[in-house]
Design a protein around this ligand. Sequence first.
Ligand SMILES: *Cc1c(COP(=O)(O)O)cnc(C)c1O
Ligand code: SF4
Length: 358
Amino acid sequence: MINEKNWARELSQGLIDLNQLVKKGFISMHQTCELKPVIDHFNIRVPHIFLEEIEKSNEAISSQFLPSSNELNVLPEQLTDPIGDERWSPVAGITHRYPDRVLFKPTYMCASYCRFCFRRYKVSDSSNNLKKDDFLNAYDYIKKHSEIWEVIITGGDPLTLTDQSIASILENLSEIDHVKVIRFHTRILSVLPSRITMSLLDIFKKSNKSIWIAAHINSADEFTLECKNAIAKCVDNGIPILLQSVLLKGINDSHEKLISLFKKSIENRIKPYYLHYPDLAKGTEHFRIPLRHAIELIKNLRGKISGLCIPQLIVDIPGGEGKIAMHTHNATEVYENVWEFESSLNSSRIVIKYPNSI
Ligand SMILES: *Cc1c(COP(=O)(O)O)cnc(C)c1O
Ligand code: SF4
């Protein structure tokens, strides 16, 4: 397409080493020594689209992508595989924790390396990418498990793959009748919106499955003009989008910031789905706020802003025990058919007769 930017070129314009960060003035020369061990574990990729915001010291953007010596602070409770993906991995690239859906992780490359990433011990290392045989084994596993209704393609960022690779994955899945839904988990709408090309959307449209996108976006500032256009292009072409955000200290951990993020999302036709409490990934403590504050933050949205704007707060229990949707309102049955509710308008406690059945 004539007006479409070359996304591969834009991807290559991201900053991927410490010297580039020094040159831009994002870190000082003497910080390179202390940051070296940080990036030995987890590469840097600062997306080109945000360089200007980072120059303007927009911390909600810069702290997501610039490496920090805080990442060297590893607590005993922190894990390399905080949500237990490996425990539920029957073949390489597949995690099958819940009966009707699997995660499928073809690549561990991304268009940005987010410093809080819960898969940071695998992500950015290309040796973890699936090999040809792994793909065949993964398709074979999905084929043999007729309970799999949905395949969630994640990673890494699956939309950093070429059109050809994405088309091949969709073709292989299209032959499996029991798979009805394919969900792409991606960060590119924010960090590399030029990736949403008409040729990619044509590949999605050709699929005989329902394709959904779960977009990872954490702050209202990420809704650049390019991002909004990419979202509109997806939705206009029949791809529904959900928002998945991570609750991050200094980035979106206030009532006002969450409201503006979720409102922006709905204004752009993305439904807020999950707000993830950060997992216990090594070296990410500086991004976490206390869980009880997280519950208060999300609870305070109900009754204040449109219900469309409110996601569920999710905690993934360490060890692979799965997701918990945190209860953000209290309701207790005090006697039979008498309930105590907490009002979402003013937090007052209301005890009323509320019949359960007639
Ligand atoms: C998060 C996750 C899913 C998706 O869960 P939904 O609640 O359907 O969004 C599926 N499989 C695994 C292993 C997961 O961790
Ligand atoms: S895009 Fe997703 S998988 Fe990649 S580094 Fe960011 S959070 Fe991790």
